[in-house]
Ligand binder design. Structure first.
Ligand code: 8YV
Length: 322
């Protein structure tokens, strides 16, 4: 039986690539010096594409793959893929939802506690030998705070559940009221920012949420406010955030994602009152294996004529005819 042609657009976990190599005829775009040559020779045969958020899958690339039927994306966020264009051209896009909800929610709470109680700073304090001189300064607390979750999707709900266990009242902002939760919904983000002292950002990235957290929202959050971002760097106006942190318009921030990652602005690196993580929300071996297997399972289901397991909203299965 012939194996369908599949293009890998960016480096993927070995457990993904090994399985794809077994079941597909694979070429790797990122390993090819002459990308245009590969696209003109192999592109017309390609029926499946696999990629991480590191690769931009836009109309320009997909239109060079006239037989493309499926994009298997690693990650729940697929803002690096033009899914609308894919849907309009009969291409299904799959992502890796649900399997990472608990891990990312764990990270969000860890980052929140680390930021509020300054655990990384306290660790640096011990290592620098300062404890023998005097105790580490007292910190602010989570226990007198209300958290405003920005985005009450599957991960937002897992975060909210954990916040409840920490006795932290939860409210949320999203465009539409979320089903299955009784937390107060704020259609107006600025109003919510006024009423809370923690913002936890877990909304999809992309054009619709670009710079949702802007200067006005940060000012509304106020000088005791803390921002936690485990979503996409694009959701926060990073320049406005840096200014707000510098001018003490907000208290601090815990950031797992950045606008131009892996580049982190020097201004943030130089600040001691922020906690910075290298986009590790889902980055445990356990969780990444589940995500990786879901990428493969989606592509394998499609290759054997079955519906892919987790198509994204913009590309419902079965696809429109090409
Ligand atoms: C990805 C993520 O795994 O799922 C997402 O959307 O942000 C992460 O969990 C990461 O972006 C891969 O590099």
């Amino acid at each position: 039986m012939s194996k369908p042609e599949l293009l890998i657009a960016s480096p993927m976990m070995p457990m993904i690539e090994e399985q794809l190599d077994r079941h597909f005829t694979v070429e790797r775009l990122h390993k090819t010096a002459d990308k245009e040559k590969l696209l003109s020779e192999f592109g017309p045969k390609v029926r499946a594409l696999a990629a991480t958020p590191g690769a931009k899958i836009d109309a320009a690339l997909m239109s060079k793959l006239p037989k493309l039927e499926i994009v298997g994306a690693f990650g729940v966020g697929y803002d690096s893929i033009d899914a609308k264009w894919a849907g309009q051209h009969g291409i299904v896009v799959t992502n890796t939802p649900d399997v990472l909800n608990e891990e990312v929610a764990d990270t969000a709470l860890g980052l929140l506690l680390a930021t509020v109680r300054q655990f990384p700073q306290a660790d640096r304090y011990v290592r620098a030998g300062k404890w023998t001189e005097k105790p580490f300064p007292l910190t602010v607390t989570l226990q007198d705070r209300t958290a405003g979750v920005v985005g009450m999707g599957r991960i937002g709900k897992a975060i909210a559940k954990r916040l409840e266990a920490f006795n932290t009242p939860v409210v949320y902002h999203s465009r539409n009221k979320a089903g299955g939760v009784s937390y107060k919904h704020y259609p107006d983000l600025k109003q919510m920012a006024k009423d809370v002292d923690v913002l936890i950002v877990i909304t999809p990235g992309g054009a619709a949420t670009k710079h949702l957290i802007n200067k006005d929202v940060l000012e509304a959050l106020g000088p005791n406010g803390i921002v936690i971002n485990v979503a996409r760097g694009s959701v926060i106006d990073e320049k406005a955030l840096i200014e707000a942190l510098r001018d003490k318009k907000i208290l601090s921030a815990g950031l797992d994602v950045f606008e131009d990652e892996p580049k982190v602005p020097q201004a943030l690196i130089d600040m001691d009152h922020v906690v910075l993580l290298p986009h590790v929300g889902s980055a445990s071996v356990h969780c990444r294996n589940l995500m990786g297997q879901l990428v493969v399972d989606n592509l394998m289901a499609w290759a054997s004529g079955k519906p892919p397991l987790t198509p994204v909203a913009e590309t419902p299965w079965p696809p429109k005819k090409k």
